[in-house]
Write a protein that binds this ligand. Structure first.
Ligand code: GDP
Ligand code: ADP
Length: 236
C-alpha cells in the first residue's frame, strides 16, 4: 500500500501557467478574458491602481483602488511583480497571490499594459506566456474606445497615441492574437493555454487535443509577424 512517509512523498503537482494578456486599452482584453475563462478555475490577478473607479466598478473586484501614497509604499516594499504608469495613473500586479497560485498548480492570468508585460518577461523569463492582443486597425480601436464610453475624448486620444507605440512592440511577445472575430480569438487563447500545458508534458502523454492545439498555435506565433504588418495596423 502507498504511504505518505517521506520516502514516498505525494507526487508534486506541475506548476500552473503564467499567462499574460497585453495590448492597447480598448482592444478587447477584458471581453476576451471573460469569454475565455468563464468555465475555468484560473487565478485572475486583481491589480492595484491609482485611477478613479468608473461607474459600476467595485473596489477589490475590477481593481484595488488606492492613493498614490499607498501605491508607492507597496512598490517600495517590492510588493509588485510589475508596475507601470499608464496615462497619468499607476497600475501594478501584487506579487504574493501569484506565486502561491502557481505553486498549487493553478493557472494565473494577468491583463496588463505593454511596459508591465515586458517587466514580467524580464523577471519570469520563459515561464511567462506572453500574448499580445492586436486590434484589426487603429480606426477600429478608436471605434471600440468611443463605443465603450468610459473615457473623455482627451483620454481616448492619449490612449490611442500610446496604442501606436504598444502595437509596434507586438513582436516581442510569444503570441499575437488578432481580436477581430471574438469567437476565433477565444479559440486561439484556449489553444495557447492547451499547447503551453502540453509543452510541460512528455510527448508520450499527449492527447489528440494537445497535438491539435500545438499545431493551431503555430499560426498565432509572433515570429509570423512582419514589421510591415504592424505598420499596416497603426496606419489603418
Ligand atoms: N502594467 C500594468 N498594467 C495594468 C495593470 N492593470 C491594468 N493594466 C492596464 O492598464 C491599462 C489601463 O487600464 P484601465 O484604466 O482599466 O483602462 P481599460 O483597460 O481601457 O479599461 C490597460 O491596458 C490595462 O490592461 C497592472 O497591474 N499592471
Ligand atoms: N472582437 C470584438 N469585436 C467588436 N467589439 C469588441 C470586440 N472585443 C471587444 N469589443 C468591444 O470593445 C470595447 C473595449 O473592450 P474591453 O474588453 O473593455 O477592452 P480592454 O479591456 O482591452 O480595454 C468594449 O465595448 C467591447 O464590447
Amino acid at each position: 500500500m502507498m504511504s505518505d512517509s517521506p520516502s514516498n512523498p505525494a507526487p508534486k503537482v506541475p506548476r500552473g501557467l503564467l499567462i499574460v494578456m497585453t495590448g492597447a486599452s480598448g482592444v478587447g482584453k477584458g471581453t476576451l478574458r471573460e469569454q475565455w475563462l468563464k468555465d475555468q478555475d484560473v487565478f485572475y490577478s486583481t491589480s492595484w491602481t491609482t485611477r478613479e473607479p468608473r461607474e459600476g466598478e467595485v473596489n477589490g473586484r475590477e481593481y484595488v483602488f488606492v492613493t498614490p501614497e499607498e501605491f508607492l509604499t507597496k512598490a517600495s516594499q517590492n510588493g509588485f511583480l510589475e508596475h507601470a504608469q499608464f496615462v497619468g495613473n499607476h497600475y501594478g500586479t501584487p506579487i504574493e497571490p501569484i506565486e502561491a497560485a502557481l505553486e498549487r498548480g493553478q493557472d494565473v492570468v494577468l491583463e496588463i499594459e505593454v511596459e508591465g508585460a515586458m517587466q514580467v518577461k524580464e523577471r519570469m523569463g520563459e515561464e511567462a506566456v506572453l500574448v499580445f492582443i492586436m486590434p484589426p486597425s487603429l480606426t477600429e480601436l478608436r471605434r471600440r474606445l468611443t463605443g465603450r464610453a468610459t473615457e473623455t475624448p482627451d483620454r481616448i486620444e492619449k490612449r490611442l497615441t500610446r496604442a501606436t507605440d504598444e502595437i509596434r512592440e507586438a513582436h516581442r511577445f510569444r503570441y499575437v492574437v488578432v481580436n477581430d472575430d471574438l469567437d476565433r480569438a477565444v479559440r486561439e487563447m484556449r489553444a495557447v493555454q492547451q499547447a503551453e500545458r502540453a509543452a510541460q508534458k512528455r510527448r508520450e502523454d499527449w492527447t489528440p487535443e494537445d497535438y491539435a492545439a500545438t499545431e493551431a498555435v503555430q499560426r498565432v506565433h509572433s515570429r509570423n509577424l512582419s514589421a510591415a504588418e504592424l505598420e499596416k495596423v497603426v496606419s489603418s
